[in-house]
Design a binder for this molecule. Structure first.
Ligand code: SAH
Ligand code: SF4
Ligand code: F3S
Length: 454
Protein backbone atom coordinates (compact mmCIF):
# COMPACT_ATOMS: atom_id res chain seq x y z
CA UNK A 1 0.00 0.00 0.00
CA UNK A 2 1.33 3.44 -0.84
CA UNK A 3 0.83 6.15 1.70
CA UNK A 4 0.17 9.52 0.13
CA UNK A 5 1.21 12.74 1.81
CA UNK A 6 -0.96 13.70 4.75
CA UNK A 7 -2.59 17.11 4.80
CA UNK A 8 -3.43 19.64 7.47
CA UNK A 9 -5.73 22.60 7.59
CA UNK A 10 -5.83 25.44 10.11
CA UNK A 11 -8.64 27.97 10.52
CA UNK A 12 -7.72 30.89 12.74
CA UNK A 13 -10.17 33.06 14.64
CA UNK A 14 -9.45 36.08 16.80
CA UNK A 15 -6.52 38.42 17.22
CA UNK A 16 -2.96 38.76 15.95
CA UNK A 17 -1.76 36.64 18.86
CA UNK A 18 -3.74 33.73 17.47
CA UNK A 19 -2.52 34.39 13.95
CA UNK A 20 1.07 34.29 15.19
CA UNK A 21 0.40 31.06 17.12
CA UNK A 22 -1.19 29.50 14.04
CA UNK A 23 1.87 30.28 11.95
CA UNK A 24 4.03 28.56 14.54
CA UNK A 25 1.74 25.53 14.76
CA UNK A 26 1.71 25.29 10.96
CA UNK A 27 5.51 25.27 11.13
CA UNK A 28 5.39 22.36 13.57
CA UNK A 29 3.00 20.40 11.34
CA UNK A 30 5.14 20.95 8.24
CA UNK A 31 8.15 19.85 10.22
CA UNK A 32 6.26 16.65 10.99
CA UNK A 33 5.75 16.06 7.25
CA UNK A 34 2.21 17.36 6.81
CA UNK A 35 1.27 19.48 3.82
CA UNK A 36 -1.05 22.50 3.92
CA UNK A 37 -4.46 22.25 2.26
CA UNK A 38 -6.91 25.07 1.91
CA UNK A 39 -10.07 22.98 2.09
CA UNK A 40 -10.67 21.42 5.52
CA UNK A 41 -12.71 18.70 3.80
CA UNK A 42 -9.52 17.31 2.23
CA UNK A 43 -7.43 17.44 5.39
CA UNK A 44 -6.29 14.60 7.65
CA UNK A 45 -5.54 16.97 10.51
CA UNK A 46 -7.81 19.94 11.16
CA UNK A 47 -6.88 22.55 13.71
CA UNK A 48 -9.22 25.32 14.83
CA UNK A 49 -7.34 28.07 16.60
CA UNK A 50 -10.15 29.69 18.49
CA UNK A 51 -11.21 32.99 20.08
CA UNK A 52 -13.59 33.58 22.97
CA UNK A 53 -13.40 37.35 23.34
CA UNK A 54 -17.16 37.65 22.66
CA UNK A 55 -19.92 35.09 22.59
CA UNK A 56 -20.36 35.27 18.81
CA UNK A 57 -16.68 34.44 18.30
CA UNK A 58 -17.11 31.35 20.46
CA UNK A 59 -20.33 30.21 18.75
CA UNK A 60 -18.68 30.39 15.34
CA UNK A 61 -16.20 27.77 16.48
CA UNK A 62 -18.94 25.33 17.49
CA UNK A 63 -20.62 25.55 14.13
CA UNK A 64 -17.36 24.86 12.24
CA UNK A 65 -16.53 22.08 14.64
CA UNK A 66 -19.93 20.43 14.34
CA UNK A 67 -19.46 19.94 10.61
CA UNK A 68 -16.07 18.27 10.96
CA UNK A 69 -17.16 16.15 13.92
CA UNK A 70 -19.81 14.67 11.60
CA UNK A 71 -17.22 14.05 8.90
CA UNK A 72 -15.15 12.12 11.38
CA UNK A 73 -17.82 9.42 11.47
CA UNK A 74 -17.06 8.66 7.81
CA UNK A 75 -13.32 9.22 8.16
CA UNK A 76 -12.28 7.87 11.55
CA UNK A 77 -8.58 8.65 11.04
CA UNK A 78 -9.34 12.37 10.82
CA UNK A 79 -7.56 14.22 13.63
CA UNK A 80 -9.53 17.10 15.12
CA UNK A 81 -7.81 19.74 17.22
CA UNK A 82 -9.18 22.74 19.07
CA UNK A 83 -6.43 25.15 20.09
CA UNK A 84 -6.47 28.70 21.40
CA UNK A 85 -8.70 30.56 23.78
CA UNK A 86 -11.94 28.51 23.62
CA UNK A 87 -9.83 25.40 24.27
CA UNK A 88 -8.30 27.03 27.33
CA UNK A 89 -11.63 28.29 28.61
CA UNK A 90 -13.58 25.07 28.14
CA UNK A 91 -10.87 22.41 28.62
CA UNK A 92 -12.36 18.97 29.37
CA UNK A 93 -15.87 20.35 28.92
CA UNK A 94 -15.16 20.58 25.18
CA UNK A 95 -14.73 16.81 25.03
CA UNK A 96 -18.15 16.32 26.56
CA UNK A 97 -19.63 18.71 24.05
CA UNK A 98 -17.71 17.32 21.04
CA UNK A 99 -16.51 13.80 21.91
CA UNK A 100 -15.01 13.39 18.41
CA UNK A 101 -12.18 15.76 19.39
CA UNK A 102 -8.66 14.36 19.64
CA UNK A 103 -6.81 17.27 21.14
CA UNK A 104 -7.80 20.34 23.16
CA UNK A 105 -4.85 22.67 23.73
CA UNK A 106 -4.59 26.13 25.29
CA UNK A 107 -2.52 28.94 23.75
CA UNK A 108 0.41 28.37 26.09
CA UNK A 109 0.85 24.92 24.54
CA UNK A 110 1.18 26.02 20.91
CA UNK A 111 4.91 25.25 20.81
CA UNK A 112 4.27 21.76 22.19
CA UNK A 113 2.00 20.69 19.34
CA UNK A 114 4.38 17.97 18.13
CA UNK A 115 4.53 16.16 21.49
CA UNK A 116 0.79 16.50 21.98
CA UNK A 117 0.04 15.13 18.51
CA UNK A 118 2.37 12.19 19.00
CA UNK A 119 0.42 11.30 22.08
CA UNK A 120 -2.78 11.53 20.01
CA UNK A 121 -1.29 9.25 17.34
CA UNK A 122 -0.50 6.78 20.14
CA UNK A 123 -4.22 6.57 20.69
CA UNK A 124 -4.84 9.13 23.44
CA UNK A 125 -7.43 11.87 23.66
CA UNK A 126 -5.43 14.78 25.02
CA UNK A 127 -6.32 17.94 26.95
CA UNK A 128 -3.47 20.39 27.52
CA UNK A 129 -4.67 23.41 29.41
CA UNK A 130 -2.47 23.55 32.50
CA UNK A 131 -0.55 26.77 32.83
CA UNK A 132 3.04 26.39 31.76
CA UNK A 133 6.17 28.36 31.18
CA UNK A 134 6.09 29.02 27.44
CA UNK A 135 9.09 27.37 25.85
CA UNK A 136 11.07 29.09 23.13
CA UNK A 137 10.04 27.81 19.76
CA UNK A 138 12.64 25.98 17.74
CA UNK A 139 10.45 25.23 14.72
CA UNK A 140 10.32 27.66 11.82
CA UNK A 141 6.86 29.22 11.67
CA UNK A 142 5.07 28.90 8.33
CA UNK A 143 4.35 32.57 7.80
CA UNK A 144 1.48 33.74 5.63
CA UNK A 145 3.36 36.71 4.27
CA UNK A 146 6.81 36.95 2.71
CA UNK A 147 7.11 40.60 3.60
CA UNK A 148 5.60 41.24 7.03
CA UNK A 149 5.92 39.10 10.14
CA UNK A 150 4.66 38.98 13.70
CA UNK A 151 7.12 38.60 16.54
CA UNK A 152 5.77 37.90 20.02
CA UNK A 153 7.49 39.87 22.74
CA UNK A 154 5.21 39.16 25.68
CA UNK A 155 2.56 36.51 26.21
CA UNK A 156 -0.40 36.75 28.59
CA UNK A 157 -1.86 39.70 30.49
CA UNK A 158 -1.81 40.68 34.17
CA UNK A 159 -4.55 43.29 33.88
CA UNK A 160 -7.97 42.49 35.20
CA UNK A 161 -10.35 44.50 33.04
CA UNK A 162 -13.70 43.43 34.41
CA UNK A 163 -15.15 42.42 31.03
CA UNK A 164 -12.22 40.50 29.62
CA UNK A 165 -11.44 36.77 29.35
CA UNK A 166 -7.92 37.20 28.06
CA UNK A 167 -6.12 36.90 31.44
CA UNK A 168 -8.09 33.70 32.11
CA UNK A 169 -7.20 32.12 28.79
CA UNK A 170 -3.75 33.52 28.05
CA UNK A 171 -2.34 33.35 31.56
CA UNK A 172 0.07 35.69 33.30
CA UNK A 173 2.61 37.86 31.54
CA UNK A 174 5.68 36.07 30.21
CA UNK A 175 8.23 38.24 28.40
CA UNK A 176 10.61 36.69 25.92
CA UNK A 177 14.21 37.67 26.41
CA UNK A 178 15.50 40.61 24.36
CA UNK A 179 18.12 38.36 22.78
CA UNK A 180 15.52 35.78 21.64
CA UNK A 181 13.43 38.57 20.13
CA UNK A 182 16.36 40.12 18.35
CA UNK A 183 17.56 36.75 17.08
CA UNK A 184 14.14 36.02 15.57
CA UNK A 185 14.13 39.44 13.92
CA UNK A 186 17.64 38.99 12.54
CA UNK A 187 16.59 35.70 11.00
CA UNK A 188 13.58 37.44 9.46
CA UNK A 189 15.86 40.13 8.07
CA UNK A 190 18.06 37.44 6.51
CA UNK A 191 15.03 35.78 4.96
CA UNK A 192 14.03 39.04 3.28
CA UNK A 193 11.22 40.18 5.56
CA UNK A 194 10.84 43.95 5.61
CA UNK A 195 8.35 44.66 8.38
CA UNK A 196 7.94 43.29 11.88
CA UNK A 197 5.00 43.80 14.21
CA UNK A 198 5.95 43.22 17.82
CA UNK A 199 3.07 41.59 19.64
CA UNK A 200 1.69 41.52 23.14
CA UNK A 201 -1.79 41.84 24.69
CA UNK A 202 -0.37 44.60 26.82
CA UNK A 203 2.92 45.32 25.15
CA UNK A 204 3.86 48.14 27.50
CA UNK A 205 4.12 45.56 30.27
CA UNK A 206 7.10 44.04 28.46
CA UNK A 207 9.96 43.21 30.78
CA UNK A 208 8.12 43.49 34.11
CA UNK A 209 8.78 39.81 34.70
CA UNK A 210 12.41 39.99 33.59
CA UNK A 211 13.98 41.89 36.46
CA UNK A 212 17.35 43.34 35.72
CA UNK A 213 18.00 41.95 32.25
CA UNK A 214 21.34 43.28 31.09
CA UNK A 215 22.55 43.03 27.54
CA UNK A 216 25.95 44.14 26.31
CA UNK A 217 26.31 46.27 29.40
CA UNK A 218 22.95 47.95 28.88
CA UNK A 219 20.11 47.60 31.31
CA UNK A 220 16.95 46.47 29.56
CA UNK A 221 13.79 46.65 31.52
CA UNK A 222 10.87 47.95 29.52
CA UNK A 223 9.32 48.09 26.08
CA UNK A 224 10.97 51.37 25.13
CA UNK A 225 14.36 49.85 25.91
CA UNK A 226 13.45 46.89 23.75
CA UNK A 227 12.58 49.18 20.81
CA UNK A 228 15.99 50.85 21.03
CA UNK A 229 17.59 47.43 21.23
CA UNK A 230 15.92 45.95 18.13
CA UNK A 231 15.26 48.90 15.85
CA UNK A 232 18.43 48.50 13.80
CA UNK A 233 18.07 44.85 12.81
CA UNK A 234 19.51 44.62 9.28
CA UNK A 235 16.94 44.24 6.51
CA UNK A 236 13.93 45.13 8.64
CA UNK A 237 12.73 48.48 7.31
CA UNK A 238 9.60 48.95 9.37
CA UNK A 239 8.61 48.24 12.93
CA UNK A 240 5.12 48.23 14.38
CA UNK A 241 3.76 47.14 17.73
CA UNK A 242 0.43 46.30 19.35
CA UNK A 243 -1.42 46.48 21.68
CA UNK A 244 -0.70 49.45 23.91
CA UNK A 245 -2.47 50.12 27.19
CA UNK A 246 -3.09 53.81 28.01
CA UNK A 247 -2.18 53.15 31.60
CA UNK A 248 1.44 52.50 30.71
CA UNK A 249 1.94 54.62 27.61
CA UNK A 250 4.86 56.92 28.42
CA UNK A 251 6.29 60.05 26.86
CA UNK A 252 9.61 58.23 26.65
CA UNK A 253 8.00 55.63 24.38
CA UNK A 254 6.46 58.39 22.25
CA UNK A 255 9.87 60.08 21.94
CA UNK A 256 11.46 56.79 20.95
CA UNK A 257 8.87 56.30 18.21
CA UNK A 258 9.50 59.82 16.92
CA UNK A 259 13.25 59.36 17.04
CA UNK A 260 13.60 55.87 15.56
CA UNK A 261 13.06 56.12 11.82
CA UNK A 262 11.89 52.54 11.30
CA UNK A 263 9.09 52.74 13.84
CA UNK A 264 5.87 53.48 11.95
CA UNK A 265 3.81 56.43 13.11
CA UNK A 266 0.82 54.31 13.90
CA UNK A 267 -0.47 53.71 17.40
CA UNK A 268 -3.13 51.24 18.44
CA UNK A 269 -4.27 52.32 21.89
CA UNK A 270 -7.70 51.02 22.91
CA UNK A 271 -9.68 53.40 25.12
CA UNK A 272 -12.83 51.23 25.57
CA UNK A 273 -14.98 54.08 26.89
CA UNK A 274 -14.96 57.89 26.97
CA UNK A 275 -16.58 58.00 30.40
CA UNK A 276 -14.59 58.06 33.64
CA UNK A 277 -17.12 56.16 35.74
CA UNK A 278 -17.31 53.40 33.18
CA UNK A 279 -13.53 53.28 32.86
CA UNK A 280 -13.47 52.77 36.59
CA UNK A 281 -16.08 50.01 36.46
CA UNK A 282 -14.01 48.40 33.70
CA UNK A 283 -10.94 48.68 35.98
CA UNK A 284 -8.93 50.25 33.18
CA UNK A 285 -6.87 52.45 35.49
CA UNK A 286 -6.97 55.75 33.54
CA UNK A 287 -9.36 58.61 32.82
CA UNK A 288 -10.48 59.97 29.46
CA UNK A 289 -8.42 63.08 30.24
CA UNK A 290 -5.30 60.94 30.54
CA UNK A 291 -6.14 59.22 27.25
CA UNK A 292 -6.56 62.58 25.52
CA UNK A 293 -3.22 63.77 26.94
CA UNK A 294 -1.48 60.72 25.47
CA UNK A 295 -2.92 61.42 22.03
CA UNK A 296 -1.99 65.12 22.34
CA UNK A 297 1.57 64.18 23.23
CA UNK A 298 1.81 61.76 20.30
CA UNK A 299 0.57 64.48 17.96
CA UNK A 300 2.96 67.02 19.44
CA UNK A 301 5.89 64.79 18.49
CA UNK A 302 4.33 63.32 15.33
CA UNK A 303 1.58 65.60 13.99
CA UNK A 304 0.58 63.14 11.28
CA UNK A 305 0.58 59.98 13.40
CA UNK A 306 -2.34 57.70 12.79
CA UNK A 307 -4.27 56.53 15.81
CA UNK A 308 -6.48 53.50 16.13
CA UNK A 309 -8.28 52.00 19.09
CA UNK A 310 -10.91 49.60 20.39
CA UNK A 311 -14.13 50.62 22.13
CA UNK A 312 -16.95 48.78 23.84
CA UNK A 313 -20.56 50.00 23.97
CA UNK A 314 -23.28 48.75 26.26
CA UNK A 315 -21.06 47.87 29.20
CA UNK A 316 -23.23 47.01 32.26
CA UNK A 317 -24.83 50.14 33.68
CA UNK A 318 -23.81 52.39 30.76
CA UNK A 319 -26.28 55.29 30.64
CA UNK A 320 -27.16 57.23 27.50
CA UNK A 321 -25.10 60.16 28.80
CA UNK A 322 -22.10 57.91 29.44
CA UNK A 323 -22.40 56.44 25.97
CA UNK A 324 -22.44 59.98 24.60
CA UNK A 325 -19.11 60.59 26.31
CA UNK A 326 -17.71 57.81 24.13
CA UNK A 327 -19.21 59.48 21.05
CA UNK A 328 -17.65 62.74 22.17
CA UNK A 329 -14.21 61.21 22.52
CA UNK A 330 -14.49 59.69 19.05
CA UNK A 331 -15.65 63.04 17.67
CA UNK A 332 -12.78 64.91 19.33
CA UNK A 333 -9.86 62.56 18.65
CA UNK A 334 -10.47 61.71 15.00
CA UNK A 335 -9.35 58.10 14.87
CA UNK A 336 -7.91 56.61 11.72
CA UNK A 337 -9.54 53.29 12.64
CA UNK A 338 -11.70 52.09 15.48
CA UNK A 339 -12.72 48.52 16.30
CA UNK A 340 -16.08 48.68 18.00
CA UNK A 341 -18.01 45.99 19.81
CA UNK A 342 -21.13 45.56 21.87
CA UNK A 343 -20.35 44.32 25.35
CA UNK A 344 -20.64 40.54 25.61
CA UNK A 345 -20.75 38.92 29.07
CA UNK A 346 -17.96 36.36 29.32
CA UNK A 347 -17.72 33.38 31.67
CA UNK A 348 -15.37 33.88 34.58
CA UNK A 349 -15.31 37.69 34.35
CA UNK A 350 -16.67 39.96 37.11
CA UNK A 351 -18.88 42.18 34.92
CA UNK A 352 -20.79 39.18 33.59
CA UNK A 353 -22.26 38.65 37.06
CA UNK A 354 -23.48 42.19 37.63
CA UNK A 355 -27.21 42.76 37.59
CA UNK A 356 -27.12 46.00 35.59
CA UNK A 357 -26.78 44.35 32.17
CA UNK A 358 -28.28 46.27 29.24
CA UNK A 359 -30.69 44.82 26.71
CA UNK A 360 -29.47 43.59 23.32
CA UNK A 361 -31.60 46.33 21.70
CA UNK A 362 -29.81 49.13 23.54
CA UNK A 363 -26.43 47.59 22.84
CA UNK A 364 -27.01 47.15 19.14
CA UNK A 365 -28.56 50.60 18.81
CA UNK A 366 -25.50 52.19 20.44
CA UNK A 367 -23.16 50.10 18.34
CA UNK A 368 -24.87 51.30 15.17
CA UNK A 369 -24.73 54.92 16.27
CA UNK A 370 -21.05 54.64 17.16
CA UNK A 371 -20.23 52.88 13.88
CA UNK A 372 -22.01 55.57 11.94
CA UNK A 373 -19.88 58.26 13.57
CA UNK A 374 -16.71 56.19 13.11
CA UNK A 375 -17.36 55.85 9.38
CA UNK A 376 -17.73 59.61 9.03
CA UNK A 377 -14.62 60.37 11.06
CA UNK A 378 -12.46 57.73 9.41
CA UNK A 379 -13.48 59.04 5.98
CA UNK A 380 -12.52 62.54 7.11
CA UNK A 381 -9.12 61.34 8.32
CA UNK A 382 -8.52 59.52 5.05
CA UNK A 383 -8.97 62.78 3.13
CA UNK A 384 -5.65 64.09 4.37
CA UNK A 385 -3.86 61.58 2.16
CA UNK A 386 -5.34 62.96 -1.05
CA UNK A 387 -2.57 64.05 -3.48
CA UNK A 388 0.09 63.28 -0.91
CA UNK A 389 3.08 61.07 -1.56
CA UNK A 390 3.09 58.13 0.82
CA UNK A 391 5.61 55.34 1.23
CA UNK A 392 3.97 51.95 0.70
CA UNK A 393 5.54 48.59 1.51
CA UNK A 394 4.25 46.23 -1.18
CA UNK A 395 2.92 43.00 0.28
CA UNK A 396 0.84 41.31 -2.39
CA UNK A 397 -1.19 41.46 -5.53
CA UNK A 398 -4.61 43.09 -5.24
CA UNK A 399 -6.80 39.94 -5.19
CA UNK A 400 -9.55 41.86 -7.00
CA UNK A 401 -7.35 43.34 -9.73
CA UNK A 402 -4.28 41.49 -10.93
CA UNK A 403 -2.81 44.58 -12.56
CA UNK A 404 -2.48 46.15 -9.13
CA UNK A 405 -0.34 45.53 -6.08
CA UNK A 406 -1.23 46.37 -2.51
CA UNK A 407 0.55 47.36 0.63
CA UNK A 408 0.33 49.67 3.60
CA UNK A 409 1.41 53.21 4.33
CA UNK A 410 3.39 53.86 7.50
CA UNK A 411 0.08 54.93 9.07
CA UNK A 412 -1.34 51.49 8.18
CA UNK A 413 -3.74 52.50 5.38
CA UNK A 414 -4.19 49.77 2.80
CA UNK A 415 -3.08 51.21 -0.55
CA UNK A 416 -3.46 49.91 -4.12
CA UNK A 417 -1.55 50.97 -7.23
CA UNK A 418 -0.74 49.46 -10.61
CA UNK A 419 2.39 47.38 -10.82
CA UNK A 420 3.83 43.91 -11.16
CA UNK A 421 3.98 41.97 -7.92
CA UNK A 422 6.98 39.97 -9.13
CA UNK A 423 9.04 43.13 -9.30
CA UNK A 424 7.57 45.01 -6.40
CA UNK A 425 6.89 42.54 -3.59
CA UNK A 426 8.80 43.66 -0.50
CA UNK A 427 9.74 47.04 -2.04
CA UNK A 428 9.10 50.40 -0.43
CA UNK A 429 7.45 52.50 -3.11
CA UNK A 430 6.58 56.18 -3.01
CA UNK A 431 3.00 56.47 -4.19
CA UNK A 432 1.03 59.57 -5.07
CA UNK A 433 -2.45 59.12 -3.67
CA UNK A 434 -5.13 59.79 -6.27
CA UNK A 435 -8.23 58.29 -4.66
CA UNK A 436 -9.25 58.06 -1.03
CA UNK A 437 -11.84 55.79 0.56
CA UNK A 438 -12.50 55.53 4.31
CA UNK A 439 -10.37 52.45 4.84
CA UNK A 440 -8.15 52.31 1.75
CA UNK A 441 -6.36 54.41 -0.85
CA UNK A 442 -5.40 54.17 -4.51
CA UNK A 443 -2.40 55.89 -6.06
CA UNK A 444 0.28 56.04 -8.71
CA UNK A 445 3.85 54.92 -8.13
CA UNK A 446 6.36 57.75 -8.19
CA UNK A 447 9.57 56.15 -7.04
CA UNK A 448 10.79 52.70 -6.02
CA UNK A 449 13.54 53.00 -3.43
CA UNK A 450 16.15 55.13 -5.21
CA UNK A 451 15.21 54.20 -8.78
CA UNK A 452 12.96 56.83 -10.33
CA UNK A 453 10.00 55.78 -12.42
CA UNK A 454 10.30 56.89 -16.01
N1 SAH B 1 -5.24 43.92 25.32
C1 SAH B 1 -5.99 44.80 24.57
C2 SAH B 1 -7.22 44.23 23.90
C3 SAH B 1 -7.52 42.80 23.99
S1 SAH B 1 -9.07 42.18 23.49
C4 SAH B 1 -6.42 45.97 25.44
O1 SAH B 1 -6.28 45.94 26.63
O2 SAH B 1 -6.93 46.91 24.94
C5 SAH B 1 -9.50 43.12 22.07
C6 SAH B 1 -10.70 43.99 22.26
O3 SAH B 1 -11.86 43.22 22.43
C7 SAH B 1 -10.66 44.87 23.49
O4 SAH B 1 -9.90 46.01 23.29
C8 SAH B 1 -12.12 45.18 23.71
O5 SAH B 1 -12.50 46.36 23.04
C9 SAH B 1 -12.83 43.98 23.12
N2 SAH B 1 -13.43 43.16 24.17
C10 SAH B 1 -12.79 42.47 25.14
N3 SAH B 1 -13.69 41.85 25.93
C11 SAH B 1 -14.91 42.16 25.45
C12 SAH B 1 -16.25 41.84 25.85
N4 SAH B 1 -16.48 41.06 26.91
N5 SAH B 1 -17.27 42.33 25.12
C13 SAH B 1 -17.03 43.13 24.06
N6 SAH B 1 -15.81 43.46 23.64
C14 SAH B 1 -14.75 42.99 24.32
FE1 SF4 C 1 -8.14 42.15 28.41
FE2 SF4 C 1 -7.61 44.33 29.78
FE3 SF4 C 1 -5.70 42.49 29.42
FE4 SF4 C 1 -6.52 43.96 27.39
S1 SF4 C 1 -5.48 44.72 29.22
S2 SF4 C 1 -6.21 41.77 27.39
S3 SF4 C 1 -8.69 44.23 27.78
S4 SF4 C 1 -7.59 42.26 30.60
FE1 F3S D 1 -9.60 36.13 21.10
FE2 F3S D 1 -7.84 34.94 22.56
FE3 F3S D 1 -7.12 36.93 21.03
S1 F3S D 1 -9.89 35.40 23.17
S2 F3S D 1 -8.93 38.18 20.92
S3 F3S D 1 -7.90 35.00 20.36
S4 F3S D 1 -6.33 36.47 23.03
Amino acid sequence: MTTSKRHYHITTFGCQMNKADSERMAGVLEDMGFEWCEDPNNADVILYNTCTIRDNAEQKVYSYLGRQAKRKHEKPDLTLIVAGCVAQQEGEALLRRVPELDLVMGPQHANRLKDLLESVFDGNQVVATDSVHIIEDITQPRRDSKVTAWVNVIYGCNERCTYCVVPNVRGVEQSRTPSAIRAEMEELGRQGYKEVTLLGQNIDAYGRDLPGTTLEGRHLHNFTDLLYYVHDVPGIERLRFATSHPRYFTERLIKACAELPKVCEHFHIPFQSGDNELLKAMARGYTHEKYRRIIDTIRRYMPDASISADAIVGFPGETEAQFENTLKLVEDIGFDMLNTAAYSPRPGTPAALWDNQLSEEIKSDRLQRLNHLVNLKVAERSQRYFRRIEEVLVEDQNPKDQTQVMGRTGGNRLTFFSGDIKELQGQLVKVKITEVRPFSLTGEPVEVKQALFV
